[in-house]
Ligand binder design. Sequence first.
Ligand code: G4F
Length: 330
Amino acid sequence: MPRALITGITGQDGLYLSELLLAKGYEVFGLIRGQNNPKRELVQETVPGVTLLTGDLTDLSSLMRAMESSEPDEVYNLGAISFVAYSWENAMLTTDVTGKGVLNMLEAVRLYSHDDPAKVRFYQASSSEMFGKVQDVPQRENTLLWPRSPYGVAKVFGHYMTINYRESYGMHASSGILFNHESPRRGPEFVTRKISIAVARIALGLQDSLSLGNLDARRDWGFAGDYVDAMWRMMQQPEGDDYVVATGQTHSIREFLDLSFAHVNIDDWEKHVTQDPRFFRPAEVDLLIGDPTKAKEQLGWTPTVDFPGLVTMMMENDLRIQERPQVARS
Ligand code: G4F
């Protein structure tokens, strides 16, 4: 039975990846942070087969203990402070967790596998936010990185550290440059879920308006369930490598609003949406669109959910939750 350790187990990707690995017969361990973490119950209910270990990406000794007790064949480093807007307010904490946390995890893996550097396969959750002020359209594995947020800078550090550990120590270390990926499990602070929750509530007469920032930014949005499959496929390759994981399509926030409101038969959505300077960012990433050719050719990976399918999935989920909030769970 293969064994996997996942950091960031409480997030959207951690849950989908756990389900995927459990279905494949893995023994799955998840790292959970802090005393009395409020998301512990969610993980235990959603993926009861996962064994939870306590640890923190900023605490190398806790990561080494997690390696010793889980004895993993594969480590998926999904843990991060992942909300880009928050990273300007907490740049140092974001750097410690999202950037230096990768180095701590790599070190824990290297020290644990000192007798055979390729004994444990390592996946790093890199991000399309690293492309920032994009230097190529579409963005590929070798596109110059130009991050626009403290979060993006921290992800660049983690990305290059992963490459450096692969090249320096012969580790099987892979970096998935994942473009935005969403689902009914997406946190409500991210724009897609913020919209799907609010539109469901507007349709049900529970609220009247929605306040957003920049509506013209464009993102390459895919389904998170598809993207964790790409992570697993990277770990099955003979060598570690870097891959862009994206749909190859880009859409604006306005288009996401169009489809979400259309789902509840509201055409004149502008009257429900206001723009608030609080939600604009000091530096914006205007356009993201990935070229997933390498992932398709080398991993045999392909996304299964398109943009309208993603909006429909999120809208149906949030209509269900808002109709019966006391029983429904995402
Ligand atoms: O949904 P977002 O907050 O996602 P963002 O910043 O693209 O980051 C996500 O994707 C990255 C991959 O590229 C991940 F690395 C990262 O961890 C995260 O998962 O914002 C998307 C866009 C931005 O351009 C933002 O300015 O939506 C715009 N936006 C407009 N109004 C808003 C809002 N974003 C949020 N969160 N809230 C708004 O009210």
